[in-house]
Design a protein around this ligand. Structure first.
Ligand code: NAD
Length: 284
């Protein structure tokens, strides 16, 4: 099993910045890459404010918080990953875009490096097929927000080696997470179950069964979910939810996974959820 000293994270959005923070909080040096330097400055301030919250709750000392920030290096240059032992991709949920990134990572990363994807639903086997090292490609699906959620879902592609799996599992545990393992089928475990529920909540709103507030209240108080499904969709990002539904629909081949037209319309209108200030709800 190889030792992981430096982690590269690609994509400085809500997941990538959170993953970088988790790694740094557990003593690992991190290089965080995004194409967009504005995304990197947003990532830097979101990591700082999350660290401040840990410090004010007393779960992290001020000095340790300063050290965490020092462990993250921000870059727009993918070549900076040449020293990374383990690279976690957390960019847009598109198979085409992810595959073209993996082609580049395969060329830049050292031959022993593992390439992991934080994809919510896309086939790891197909992502791996774009590289010359499919046995070193794996799914490592963090939950949102990564610094707070305990779970990592590990997905083995058709060619993922036992060594890659063991290194990824050991790393996940070192990051303080509980691991579950899924075979490589669309949506894996968590999103295969969660996304059809969110989609059904959109259909419930679309067909006028109830108001958004009552749908969320019903699921929170009626089934003890911490967030209602529409609130949760806004938190995840409606674009991410729609992409996952499309992957489930195409991959599992059943019309029950067809995305709700209202979800499609919101995404078309740029109502992507909290990150855009408007989704199902408006945020000030
Ligand atoms: P996001 O939109 O917040 O961030 C994506 C970031 O990737 C952006 O900053 C963008 O500039 C950057 N990016 C896009 N293409 C790039 C490229 N080629 N190279 C470098 N950077 C690039 O998205 P997110 O919510 O963080 O989701 C990222 C991934 O994590 C997706 O695959 C998603 O399915 C998965 N995921 C999301 C959630 C969630 O709740 N949002 C949970 C688990 C997994």
């Amino acid at each position: 099993m190889s030792e992981v000293k430096i982690i590269g994270v690609v994509g400085g959005g809500q997941m990538g910045s959170g993953i970088a923070q988790v790694a740094a909080m557990h003593g690992v040096d991190v290089v965080l890459h995004d194409l967009d330097h504005r995304a990197l400055s947003k990532a830097s301030s979101s990591i700082s404010s999350s660290i401040d919250r840990f410090v004010s709750k007393g779960t992290l000392s001020q000095a340790a918080g300063v050290e965490v920030l020092k462990r993250v290096r921000f870059t727009t240059n993918l070549e900076d990953f040449h020293t990374a032992d383990f690279i976690i991709e957390a960019i847009v949920e598109s198979e085409e875009v992810k595959k073209s990134l993996f082609v580049k990572l395969d060329k830049i990363a050292k031959s022993s490096a593992i390439l992991a994807s934080n994809t919510s639903s896309i086939s790891i086997t197909r992502i791996a097929s774009s590289t010359t090292r499919p046995c070193q490609v794996i799914g490592m699906h963090f939950m949102n927000p990564p610094p707070l959620k305990k779970l990592i879902e590990i997905i083995r592609g058709a060619d993922t080696s036992d060594e890659t799996f063991a290194t990824t599992k050991a790393l996940s545990q070192r990051l303080g997470k509980v691991v579950i393992t899924s075979q490589d089928y669309s949506g894996f475990i968590v999103n295969r179950i969660l996304m059809p529920m969110i989609n059904e909540a959109f259909f419930t709103l679309y067909t006028g069964v109830a108001t958004k507030e009552d749908i969320d209240k019903g699921m929170k108080l009626g089934t003890s979910h911490p967030m209602g499904p529409l609130e949760l969709a806004d938190f995840i990002g409606l674009d991410v939810c729609l992409s996952i539904m499309r992957v489930l629909h195409a991959g599992l081949g059943d019309n029950k996974y067809a995305p709700c037209p209202l979800l499609v319309q919101y995404v078309d209108a740029g109502r992507l959820g909290r990150k855009r200030g408007i989704g199902v709800y408006k945020y000030s």
